[in-house]
Write a protein that binds this ligand. Structure first.
Ligand SMILES: [Zn+2]
Length: 112
């Protein structure tokens, strides 16, 4: 079972890591390359989360898997946010988009 503390730590990590991953992607690739690579990068992040998510969230023992999962997750979310267009995406209640000066709210939408 997930605790708020654990989810809070993941959210805090993502708040810092995803914007850095987004900057890294835009510096690493041209716009044409990003159009080709972003879908695969986003999928790879999800696949790595499926492979190493439990270790990432609950274990301190396998640093290699933790490091790889954290990196691939942040990069995958950055790619997904870039693909999502101007509205961006929300992951674990944290908003991500490609706007330089985001004006979106980070609060989760109220349940209908
Ligand atoms: Zn935004």
């Amino acid at each position: 079972m997930t605790t708020d503390h654990t989810l809070g730590a993941v959210r805090e990590f993502l708040r810092f890591a995803v914007p850095l991953a987004s900057i890294d992607l835009t510096h690493r690739y041209t716009q044409k390359e990003l159009a080709l690579f972003l879908p695969g990068i986003a999928v790879r992040g999800g696949l790595q989360l499926g492979h190493g998510g439990d270790v990432f969230q609950f274990s301190k023992s396998d640093r290699k898997i933790i490091r790889r999962t954290a990196s691939e997750l942040a990069t995958g979310i950055a790619a997904a946010a870039m693909l999502a267009g101007p509205d961006g995406i929300t992951v674990l209640g944290v908003h991500f988009c490609s706007a330089v000066r985001c004006t979106h709210t980070t609060e989760p939408a109220a349940a209908a």
